[in-house]
Design a protein around this ligand. Structure first.
Ligand code: GLA
Length: 387
């Protein structure tokens, strides 16, 4: 990929002298979904696919952006003097938002930038192409302009820009997983205080298979923001009876004892998911440490049921993929992953069952939904870097 983005850069800007190429990964979340804005735990890992950027400082204050994924848009121009979200060419709002967030923290770019980008995360798949773009942009700024920022800071800046520049009230998980990724490890992150621990993913004869439903339902962002505000209201209601900072502070028993304070049935379900999912995640990581992959898989399955029934962020296509996965011998666990309403499922599948898994789930998906699914046997990779 490095060569491809460099070549494109040369075609567009005449030469590639002094151009650097950078990479930041996408992520898949194994368990702990919709807990990251509730002060709960998540357990994602960085992938080896992600976003590549060729970048070089300019001598003026202009910005140019080119995405090899959206060739039809051509070179999109901007300026350091106008870091506001654009309606057209929306992808450029991600790097622009990061530049804006850096400037807001006193890290002003003195000169403009030419950026050529290529991403190999399937678009709209829920594997965090936007977070990887935010993190790679932050890494470019850190490296080219000498800004002193840690990778955790890059994650926070990415989330801040996505919330405040792009209007998506995401939590910190995706940016954290991309910025802090470590080969062959998942990240057990407590979003209440950002303490984290790497957990080696020793799957002993099993693989992580990501299945792309190839559907992305509209209104994803508004539905996501709605879930988030439902949880916030439920938290305020609970805070009238119990002293907590986030839903992640509650055990299941405490939740059951206090849930009467929540004044709508829908909100009880949303909060229940957040509380139970957090506890499931803690248990799942302990199970992994005990080499109890079976329990890990059962918790993944329970996570799916909760996201489907209580949190209502699944959809027919994803439910079909998960149900069909559960039927295959050698599947340890399978669930929706990411924000929901389409995108991907994540499954842990015994080595010898991977081919059967693809055949059976793929065929059933065509038969029941009339669409083709894509399968990726993924590897866990490192965080952002200059290549
Ligand atoms: C999206 C958000 C994350 C997280 C997940 C759900 O990926 O960007 O912050 O909330 O959804 O777990």
């Amino acid at each position: 990929m490095k060569e491809e983005v460099l070549k494109k850069f040369g075609e567009l800007h005449g030469d590639t002298q002094g151009v650097n190429v950078y990479f930041a990964p996408g992520r898949v979340n194994l368990i702990g979904e919709h807990t990251d804005y509730n002060g709960g735990h998540v357990f994602p890992c960085a992938l080896t696919i992600g976003t590549y950027v060729a970048a070089r400082k300019r001598t003026d204050r202009k910005l140019t952006f080119y995405s090899m994924n959206f060739d039809r848009l051509g070179v999109v121009e901007g300026s350091l003097d106008d870091l506001t979200p654009a309606k057209e060419a929306e992808w450029t709002n991600y790097p622009k938002g990061v530049m804006w967030a850096f400037a807001g923290r006193g890290m002003e770019m003195d000169r403009g930038l030419d950026i050529v980008l290529y991403g190999n995360i399937p678009n709209g798949s829920g594997l965090s192409s936007s977070a990887s773009l935010e993190v790679v942009t932050g890494y470019v700024l850190k490296d080219l302009y000498g800004f002193d920022v840690s990778n955790v800071e890059l994650a926070k800046i990415g989330q801040y820009s996505e919330n405040n520049f792009n209007g998506m009230n995401c939590g910190i998980m995706d940016q954290f997983a991309s910025a802090m990724g470590k080969k062959d490890n998942a990240i057990f992150l407590d979003t209440a205080d950002l303490s984290y621990e790497y957990a080696p993913l020793v799957l002993n004869g099993a693989k992580i298979v990501v299945t792309n439903s190839n559907v992305k339902h509209s209104l994803v962002n508004s539905a996501y923001n709605e879930r988030r505000s439902e949880c916030e209201t439920a938290l305020e209601e609970l805070q009238t009876v119990v002293d907590i900072k986030g839903l992640g502070d509650l055990t299941e028993e405490q939740f059951e004892a206090h849930k009467g304070a929540i004044k709508s049935e829908v909100r009880v379900k949303r909060a229940k998911h957040a509380v139970y999912e957090n506890q499931r995640t803690i248990r799942a990581v302990a199970a992994l440490k005990n080499n109890d992959l079976k329990l890990f898989g059962e918790l993944m399955n329970a996570s799916h049921v909760s996201l489907r029934d209580d949190y209502a962020v699944s959809c027919e296509e994803i439910d079909v993929l998960v149900e069909e996965a559960w039927k295959v011998d050698g599947v340890i666990g399978s669930r929706i992953t990411g924000g929901g309403f389409g995108g991907c499922t994540v499954s842990i599948v015994r080595d010898e069952a991977v081919d059967t898994f693809k055949d059976k789930v793929g065929a059933a998906y065509i038969e029941r939904v009339g669409k083709t699914a894509d399968f990726y046997v993924v590897e866990i990779g490192d965080g952002p870097r200059r290549l």
